[in-house]
Design a protein around this ligand. Sequence first.
Ligand code: SAM
Length: 304
Amino acid sequence: MANTSMIKNNSVEKFVERFGFEKCVFDLLKFIEKDNEKVKNTLIKKYLGESLSAEAEEEMIEYFVNNSIFSSATIANPATSVVTELLYKRPEVSHPIDKYFLASKSGKAIYSRLNCVEKNLHLLIEEYLKKKSDVLINNFGGGLSRDTIDVFSKYYQDNENIKAISIDRDSSAVKRGKRLAIINGVTDKTEFLEVNIMKYNPEEKFDIVLVVGVLCGMPPETCTMILKNIKGLLGEGGCVVASNASPKMLEEDSFTYFIMENILNWKLIFKDEKLLKDIFQKAGLKWQRSFADEYGFHNMGIGN
Ligand SMILES: C[S@@+](CC[C@H](N)C(=O)[O-])C[C@H]1O[C@@H](n2cnc3c(N)ncnc32)[C@H](O)[C@@H]1O
């Protein structure tokens, strides 16, 4: 991060002005300043790339862990569905750090991504139903499989020919997903398996494989390897929908990503559409099209 002598005494006003941050950054820093000025100073110094003592840095991380559900869940398990679920359900949260995550563009983009994935999943299912009578979906690293469950409960309650298998290595996500399916009346169409995606070798072949929020932290070579394996799981005419965080997130909401990477230890490897397309092609998949959330922070490629 750029060092600048303009930000005298770690002034929140100057800092926010210098980098053109959104009001939610100002509100967060102003709250922390009042609550624990030392932590606010450490945050600004860290952003500016100044050297910090181990003590100051640990105090800042403890502050986030002790006060914020988002922070403690992420530090314990980066990319956990606990965090995506909070961003999907958007509950009333009490601490300003959690309010910040919900108000940030990156937080809102995750909610928007869910809506766009659901819209496109519905469109894809309708396309398959024109060609065949049954549709089998796999949700790869599906978490609670909220996207699939929402689409099933909204459009396909009475259709016995549409089914999904959701796989995730997180046993808690699998248990919560099963309950979400019960709550939404779609247990007959939704199966959950506690499996590592790297070891998954099913007998079934799928029409649609969703990989959402799974590849963002992985290097291109690993994404290629995973998509290559998924290609082997596709039935005739089957397709993959794979999401990735785009560099636009870093460009337009660098403060949130700064917190994610430096405080919550959640590193993303941003991929623009060109790189995503390249990954699909190297995995042997033919690029069909892509869609994005309303902020353009996540690109979802579709290939077969
Ligand atoms: C950010 S969440 C996204 C969940 C869901 N796809 C969604 O869009 O809401 C990422 C999920 O991928 C799962 N995951 C990551 N690596 C995995 C692996 N190697 N095997 C199985 N699941 C994995 C995590 O447990 C987590 O539930």
